[in-house]
Write a protein that binds this ligand. Structure first.
Ligand SMILES: NC(=O)N[C@@H](CC(=O)O)C(=O)O
Ligand SMILES: [Zn+2]
Ligand SMILES: [Zn+2]
Length: 355
């Protein structure tokens, strides 16, 4: 196969950041994705309808002309979130979903939820109005090994939550374990998961390749090889419960290459190309379109995009660094050669991003 043409995909989990970074982050996502679920973990978390409305305006202003892009906003849940605010934002078409960060679980999660008991009224409201809950699914207990945090979250939090709220729509985001794959397969259809390109490609060895590799560090952290294999099976299974969410999360190079490096991988410049390669390697190119462009909108009750994008087999080298808001950011697979290349109007924007 030398060409792949699919309905234009969407990214159901992305960090666009803010301010001067928006020009490049939005361009890197809009080059191939028509819509994206925008994470609310800004330095000042997006907790109100007004904050989300303003953030959405800033994203729209930064969107490149010629590549229509629709940001879908999320509400950052805290212990004090008002169910009325959530419902009002959803009714107004500002919030598409709410985001649950267990407090301190990841980047800018310090205002997150300390105990899910605190947000029961919010969850009850969301269940009633059909609003999806997006979850960073890791416990933060100091006694739990960092590699077990997702599996233990299923046991201690998620299993109970989906029972207590049998009508709640849930996205278990950026799953990294065979346990999460099994959990989703066994749940009801409204419990789904997103899978990132990096967790399909790297296992935990990537962080320790002849030295410490901060650019392979993200949360949830990559796991053993058997988990990567389970994720590849799930993504390419054709089951509508698994769909695309890149978790592209840029951090300045200096913040990654540090004594206490930030968690997050900037993959927007390569995400779709990497998914395509993975599906090809798994002999499942015929299932790429559903994973990337159909199951997400179906879950969210939105129509799939009508236009198409094309990738061609045309090897190219990923830039070593990309400038984001005047700061150098090292993208996922920097310096490596990818076999698939975007071949559309949206696709031209990557070259503009390279320094
Ligand atoms: N994935 C990450 O490692 N980091 C994300 C936060 C998140 O999605 O957990 C970020 O905002 O940098
Ligand atoms: Zn997360
Ligand atoms: Zn994320």
């Amino acid at each position: 196969m030398t060409m792949v043409s699919i309905r234009t995909p969407d990214d159901w989990h992305v960090h666009l950041r803010d301010g001067a970074q928006l020009t490049q982050t939005v361009a890197a996502t809009a080059r191939c994705f028509a819509r994206a679920i925008v994470m609310p973990n800004l330095v000042q978390p997006v907790c109100t309808v007004e904050a989300a409305r303003q953030y959405r305006n800033r994203i729209r202003s930064a969107s490149p002309s010629g590549a229509p892009f629709q940001p879908l906003m999320t509400c950052y849940l805290t212990d004090d979130t008002d169910p009325g605010e959530v419902a009002a934002g959803y009714a107004a078409g500002v919030f598409t979903a709410c985001k649950l960060y267990p407090a301190h679980a990841t980047t800018h999660a310090d205002s997150g939820v300390t105990n899910v008991r605190r947000i029961q009224p919010v969850l009850a409201t969301m269940e009633k109005i059909g609003m999806p809950l997006l979850i960073h699914g890791e416990v933060t207990d100091a006694d739990v090994d960092v590699f077990d945090r997702e599996a233990i979250f299923i046991e201690r939090v998620l299993t109970r939550m989906v029972q207590d709220f049998p009508g709640l729509k849930v996205v278990f985001e950026h799953i990294t374990t065979a346990e999460a794959v099994d959990f989703i397969r066994e749940c009801r259809a409204q419990i789904v998961a997103t899978i990132t390109p990096h967790h399909l490609v790297i296992n935990r060895n990537a962080m320790f390749q002849r030295g410490m590799r901060p650019h392979a560090y993200c949360l949830p952290v990559a796991k053993r090889e058997r988990h990567r294999v389970a994720l590849r099976k799930a993504a390419t299974s054709g089951l509508p419960r698994f769909f695309l969410g890149t978790d592209s999360a840029p951090h300045p190079r200096a913040m990654k290459e540090s004594a206490c490096g930030c968690a997050g991988i900037f993959n927007a410049p390569v995400a779709l190309e990497v998914y395509t390669q993975v599906f090809e390697e798994e002999g499942a190119l015929d299932r790429l379109e559903a994973f990337a462009s159909e199951y997400g909108p179906r879950f969210y009750g939105m129509p799939p995009n009508r236009d198409r994008i094309t990738l061609k087999r045309n090897p190219w080298q990923v830039p070593d660094v990309i400038e984001i808001g005047r700061q150098a950011v090292v993208p996922f697979l920097a310096g490596e050669t990818l076999v698939w290349r975007l071949d559309t109007n949206r696709g031209r924007r990557l070259q503009e991003l390279a320094p």
